[in-house]
Each structure stands twice: as structure tokens, then as C-alpha cells.
Design a protein. Sequence first.
Length: 320
Amino acid sequence: MKKVSFIILTFFVVSRIYSQQPSWLSILPQAKDFLYAVGASSPYFYPETTKAKAIEDAIFELARTIEVGIKVKQVNWFEDTGSLFSGLSHFAEEYEEEIDSLLLNLVKSNCEVVSEWRDPKSRILYVLVRIPVKSISSDTSFAMPDEFIYDPSLAQLRVSRRGQPVWIYKVPTSDIAIYAVGAADRHYDPAETRKKAIQNARAELSRIINMKIQVLLDNWAVGNNVFELGYSRRISRTVSQAKLFGSQIVGFWIDPKTGANYALARMYKKSLIYQIKQITANAIRQNPPEQIVKRDKSIEELLDDALNQLDRELEKLNKK
């Protein structure tokens, strides 16, 4: 009888350990030599199909981490209710993303599966994959900056006593990155719930960044003494509406009571600043001003002056 009790107790302990969400799903691992990502898949009839789909999802997530263009726009439409005097106006968000096929092939050829976990309730399979940073070398079009690998602020995050990641109710603040949280209510397909939470996290990150960019560029438009105000503002609008590349999902959590999903996204400030400068420079080159305040300088010299002044505004981004 003692032997049977021991077996039952052992099974109970193992079941609890197996059912517990792994730490790498709540907070993504960080390392100097590897870049990590998590993929997921709903259960298929054949287990190998489920794993292949989860790995494919992780590959796409790694590619998004390195370079993804995101654009979120609000659209509305009018629904005729049949009444002469009434109708319903609906608003929705369109989420667009752009991933390079060459990047996907690069990731697929160099990534490896580190760990996997199946949720005992939803039966979703999660996989943790990684890719060596050296494989994303400067020989390709997708070089990884050094500061993209590790953020001390993320390393300090923890899970609360109730099992919730702290970032659920307190978005991380960092000197080198911008963070945002997205959530999604429970869907009949748990994989779709996860996908929506991740999209909402990236959409929220995009909104936060666009607001910051708009303020910085408006300040630049008013304060710069190179171009006329009207022209500078047109350039600032062009830049603030452009797609920004490179965002990473570094945290994920499922509420065991409601089934709601939460995702934590980030973008590094240095990468953001570099993109803003590049987009601004290209916008000015493609649409040079009709009237130049300083006629004794070439457009390239004026561009250098304008970007130097933009640097002073972008420096504020590192302090917020």
C-alpha cells in the first residue's frame, strides 16, 4: 500500500511540474550569443505536424524580431440599417506587417529548437528556438546591433507570487528600449488568441513610438533653422507615418482563470533613432524643398545641418 501511495504522489508531483508554464514563456531568455523566440501551434492529428507548425511560427517570430515592418491604421465603414434617418458607423484597425523572404530562409537555416512545452488545458504546443547572433552577420542585409541582445531592465523582471509576470500591470521602463503590452480575450482557437495578443502588443508599441516620433519631429520642424516651417512639417508627417522595422516579443502570459492572453513587445531606441534619421534623410532627398533658407549651401550640406539638429531632438528619446 505504501508503494502505491508513493507512485500516486510521484505522478501528482510530475503532473504539477509538467503543467506549470515554463519561465521562458513568461519572460524570454536573453544572451549575448543567441537570439530567442517562442512559437506555438494548436494540436493536429499527427504530433509531428503540430511541432512543425510551432517551429514555423517561431521562425516567423525570429524574423519579426530582426526586421519586420508594421503599420496600423484605423478604418471605418457605414452600415445601412434600412432606415432613412439612421445607420451604424463601425471602426476597426487594420494590422499590416512586412517580412523579407530572404530573412525567413536565413533564420530557417540557422535556428534550433531549445525546449518545448504543451499546455495541458488547451493542448497548444509551445517551442523555444534560438539563432546564433553570428549567423546574422554584417555579411547579410540583416546585421544585428550589439545592444539588441540584452536589456538589464528585462533581466530584472520577475513573476509575482500569484504567478503573474510583473509586466502585466507594470510596463517595463528602460534606458535603451521602449516596451508595450497587448492583450486579447479568449478565442475558441487558443492559437488565434495568442496571435491577436502579439499583434496588439506590436500595434500598441507602434502607436507609442509614432506619438513620440511626432512630438520630436514637430519640435524639430519648429526649431530647425534650415528649412521653412511648412516644409519641415510635411517631412515630419512623412516620417511619422513610415513603417518601422524590428520589434521583439519578450514576454507572454495566459490568465488561467479567463483564458485571456498577454504579450510584451519592445523596440530598441538606438535602432529606432537610426531608422528615423534614415527615413528623414531619404524623404528630404526625394522631395527637396522648393525654397531654401540658406542659399549658400548645397542640399547635402543643408541635409547634414538638419540631421544634426534632429540629433538633438532624438537625444531626448534616450532620456524618456
